[in-house]
Design a protein around this ligand. Structure first.
Ligand SMILES: [Zn+2]
Length: 304
C-alpha cells in the first residue's frame, strides 16, 4: 500500500460483540469510501466510528458492497439517502432497489428477531446504484477498485481488489483476528450457497496477486496463501460431511443439531477459545450453515 493512502477497519460492534462485522473506510480528497456498510442495526455505531476519523455519514461518497446479505448491505439505503453511490453485483442490484423479496426471505429465517438483529433496511434509489460485472473497474478520486465476480457463498458476490489488498466479503470465509491459533470457517447460508462455484471462485482469487486479504468478519490478514487454502479445505470438509450425513434420510432439525456440534468440535480442536467462538457464531451462526447445506444438497447433489 502506498504511504499516503490509508485504510481503517471500523468495528460495528454487532450485537455487542467485538470483531463480528467490519466496514472498511478509505478516505479520499472529497470524502470517504466504505467497503461494506453493515446492517441497519449498527448505523449509530458506524456514524460514531466515522466521527473518530473526522467524517460524517454525509461525507461517504461511495459504498462497495460485496453482496446484499443484511449484515453487509442493510445500511446501504440509509447511506444512499445521505448521498452515497452504492456499487453492487448486477444480480444483487434489483434487490437493493426493491428489497421486498430479500426482506421476506430474511423474515422467514429470523422471525421476530428480524428488527433487533438487522434494524431498518431502506431501499436504494435507482439513480444511486452502480451495477457491477466481473472485471469492472471503479474509479473514485485517485482510487481504482476492480470487481471480481466470486459466487459460492451467494450468486451475487463480488470481491474487490484495491492496491495490494483483496476485500473478500464472505467468499474468503470468516476469520476473526484474535491472538492464538489460526482459525477460519465458511458461512453457508441458504438460498444460493454453491460449494462447487465457491471452489472455482477461490481458485480464481489464487491466480491474482495481492498481499493481504480483508474479511468482513473480521480483519486484514497477510498470509493470503494459507488463508485461501483454508477456505478450500473447509469447502471440502463441508462437502464430505454433508455427503456422509445426508446418506440417511435426515430431517433438517437433526441435521442442524449434528452440524452445530460438528462445527463446534472442529473449532475447539483447532484451539479456538470460547470467548471468540461466540463472535464466530454471531457473524456466522452454525445452524444457518446447516440450513444452507441442507438446501444445497437437495437442490444440487441429491439425484445427480
Ligand atoms: Zn453473506
Amino acid at each position: 500500500m502506498a504511504a499516503n493512502i490509508s485504510l481503517f477497519t471500523l468495528d460495528l460492534g454487532f450485537q455487542g460483540k467485538e470483531k463480528a462485522i467490519a466496514s472498511y473506510l478509505i478516505p479520499h480528497a472529497q470524502g470517504g469510501i466504505l467497503i461494506e456498510c453493515g446492517p441497519g442495526s449498527t448505523q449509530e455505531t458506524l456514524q460514531s466510528q466515522l466521527g473518530e476519523h473526522h467524517m460524517s455519514v454525509e461525507d461517504i461518497s461511495d459504498v462497495l458492497l460485496t453482496h446484499i446479505h443484511l449484515d453487509h448491505a442493510g445500511a446501504a439505503g440509509w447511506l444512499a439517502n445521505k448521498g452515497a453511490r452504492i456499487h453492487v453485483h448486477h444480480i444483487g442490484a434489483p434487490h437493493m432497489i426493491n428489497p421486498e423479496r430479500l426482506l421476506d426471505s430474511a423474515q422467514r429465517i429470523y422471525g421476530d428477531q428480524m428488527d433487533s438483529l438487522w434494524g431498518t433496511f431502506l431501499p436504494v434509489p435507482e439513480k444511486k446504484i452502480s451495477v457491477l460485472h466481473d472485471g469492472d473497474e471503479i474509479e473514485i478520486g485517485d482510487h481504482i477498485f476492480r470487481a471480481v465476480d466470486t459466487p459460492g457463498h451467494a450468486y451475487h458476490h463480488m470481491a474487490y481488489l484495491w492496491e495490494d489488498i483483496c476485500f473478500s466479503g464472505d467468499v474468503g470465509g470468516v476469520r476473526i483476528s484474535t491472538p492464538g491459533p489460526k482459525h477460519l470457517r465458511i458461512p453457508m447460508p441458504p438460498p444460493s450457497l454453491h460449494l462447487q462455484k465457491w471452489r472455482t471462485s477461490i481458485r480464481k482469487l489464487q491466480k491474482i496477486q495481492f498481499s493481504s486479504i480483508a474479511c468482513t468478519h473480521f480483519g486484514i490478514f497477510p498470509d493470503v496463501e494459507w488463508h485461501l487454502k483454508a477456505v478450500l479445505r473447509e469447502i471440502e470438509a463441508a462437502e464430505i460431511w454433508i455427503q456422509e450425513t445426508m446418506s440417511e434420510d435426515v430431517s433438517l432439525e437433526s441435521l442442524r443439531e449434528e452440524f452445530v456440534s460438528w462445527a463446534m468440535k472442529r473449532s475447539v480442536s483447532s484451539g479456538m477459545k470460547e470467548t471468540w467462538l461466540t463472535s464466530y457464531e454471531k457473524a456466522n451462526p452454525s445452524a444457518m450453515s446447516a440450513d444452507g447445506l441442507f438446501r444445497y444438497w437437495k437442490k444440487h447433489i441429491q439425484g445427480n
